[in-house]
Ligand binder design. Structure first.
Ligand SMILES: CC(C)(COP(=O)(O)OP(=O)(O)OC[C@H]1O[C@@H](n2cnc3c(N)ncnc32)[C@H](O)[C@@H]1OP(=O)(O)O)[C@@H](O)C(=O)NCCC(=O)NCCS
Length: 148
């Protein structure tokens, strides 16, 4: 039986563990910083956790953005992180997490939920499209070192 619900204040370590599974480069310092920011009010505004019994098996974290790339000029909710542990995929848990995120965004008054994915993450592209997202654009990112 899977349970999807908003994260409680005492569950940030569970969130941190799942984030490090999704983003292997996201270490303890990154998580500590992001958890402190979340407690202070943003950018992440809400986190949904998925549980199978007592085991945390997935999460969705949602922020608010003043503008979303390739989605016009309106503010929106944004799916910053979306993850289901490998052994639990393909059972509708990712869909339930997105539904929770979309319901929350709707309650906040937003007209849409934005998201993104790495260009090579074709499984994520397909999952997004299956769940009602439409592709709005593709970007490359760059960095200029300013010598500081
Ligand atoms: C993307 C992810 C969260 C989806 O979770 P999930 O629990 O497997 O998703 P669901 O079972 O709810 O599937 C949702 C829909 O996406 C489709 N889908 C899921 N994985 C898919 C895949 N690998 N290939 C094609 N379609 C896929 C499903 O068929 C389903 O569509 P349907 O309802 O029409 O059948 C999960 O695969 C994951 O954590 N991947 C690794 C991390 C990642 O890439 N996160 C997204 C970063 S942008």
């Amino acid at each position: 039986m899977t349970d999807i619900r908003p994260m409680r204040a005492d569950e940030t370590e569970i969130w941190a563990g799942l984030r490090s599974e999704l983003w292997p480069d996201c270490g303890p310092d990154d998580n500590e910083e992001d958890i402190a920011a979340y407690r202070a009010g943003g950018p992440v505004r809400v986190v949904f956790l998925a549980f199978a019994g007592q085991t945390a098996i997935g999460f969705a974290e949602v922020s608010e953005r003043s503008v979303v790339n390739s989605c016009g000029n309106d503010p929106a909710a944004f799916l910053e992180g979306w993850y289901v542990a490998p052994g639990y995929r393909g059972q509708g848990i990712g869909a339930a997490l997105v539904k929770a995120a979309a319901d929350w965004a709707r309650q906040q008054g937003y007209a849409f939920l934005g998201s993104d994915a790495e260009l090579e993450n074709l499984a994520s592209h397909r999952a997004h499209l299956q769940l009602g997202f439409e592709e709005t654009g593709r970007i490359f990112t760059f960095r200029m070192d300013l010598g500081k």
